[in-house]
Design a protein around this ligand. Structure first.
Ligand SMILES: O=C(O)CCC(=O)C(=O)O
Ligand SMILES: [Fe+2]
Length: 272
């Protein structure tokens, strides 16, 4: 079972359950009207996007990235205060900070089958000690998520399993939730997009993942949202995207066209 909380629940309680179960849902964190607005910002990109080519990306599934460059509403999701508070606490033992790791709208259409269950930390290979949590991930429901329209499948507790243990059907739960709710999970839990067995319903999600600031970002934010677009964004969001220094010198640059200026923070390019 995936536990559901209201946004009035204490952060400590939400984090306790996240630690124990590996996933939780916060119901109605944004109003449906905000979700519909975000969906309409994303619609032109979804319409122009082909379905995936593999079993993993989904042959009846569309995936659209670069959400910080493309959608004002998704920027607000990335900066949501409760999410950032939970993320900071969830990852604080593993890094001096966290960063935006990945943004993607995922629209699952009828006839899609279940995505192979996986752990998102797999993108960094098998090198990291499993005691290190790599990330804090959010899946925002832009439509209702139901068992039949492709709600994310999650295996509670599997973040603590031996990595080769396979779940039984009974151990797989469905992240059913209403439009505007959000599923929270870490990098180590088994999960995947669900099968869509409806005749005509599409399931739309916005995935925003955060990772330890010393890991390479899965989605290259500097290319998905280059400086000329980032210049228009709130400085807090730019910092989150990696246009900043951490730890304390990670991420510096040396402006190639200026002699005598070295070890500069990326923040500098927005301050001229
Ligand atoms: O769309 C979903 O519900 C989950 C997708 C997912 O886990 C992934 O693509 O890594
Ligand atoms: Fe995933």
């Amino acid at each position: 079972m995936i536990r559901h909380f209201k946004d009035t629940e204490s952060s400590d309680n939400i984090l306790d359950v996240l630690e124990t179960d590996g996933a939780v849902i916060v119901d109605s964190l944004i109003p449906p009207s905000t979700a519909f607005k975000i969906s309409s910002e994303l619609r032109p990109y979804l319409e122009a996007c082909p379905d995936g080519l593999t079993n993993f990306s989904g042959e009846s599934t569309k995936r659209v990235g670069a959400l910080m460059a493309r959608s004002k509403g998704c920027r607000d999701l990335a900066l949501h205060p409760l999410i950032n508070k939970l993320c900071a606490k969830f990852l604080e033992s593993f890094s001096d900070g966290y960063q935006l790791n990945f943004t993607q709208a995922v629209e699952i259409s009828p006839s899609e089958s279940i995505q192979p269950l996986h752990r998102d930390r797999g993108v960094w290979g098998e090198y990291l000690n499993r005691k290190i949590e790599t990330q804090f991930s959010t899946i925002w429901a832009m439509t209702d998520f139901t068992k039949s329209n492709g709600s994310t499948c999650v295996v509670p507790g599997s973040h603590k399993w031996d990595k080769d243990r396979k779940p039984t059907d009974k151990e797989i739960c469905f992240a059913e939730m209403s439009t505007g709710s959000v599923l929270l999970y870490g990098g180590s839990i088994l999960h995947g997009g669900g099968a869509n067995i409806t005749d005509s319903e599409k399931r739309l999600a916005v995935l925003i993942h955060y990772s330890l600031s010393w890991l390479r970002q899965e989605e290259n934010q500097y290319l998905s949202c280059p400086p000329e677009i980032a210049a228009e964004l709130p400085s807090e969001l730019r910092d989150l995207m990696g246009y900043s220094l951490v730890n304390p010198i990670l991420g510096f640059f040396s402006p190639y066209d200026k002699k005598g200026i070295e070890l500069v923070s990326p923040k500098h390019i927005f301050e001229q």
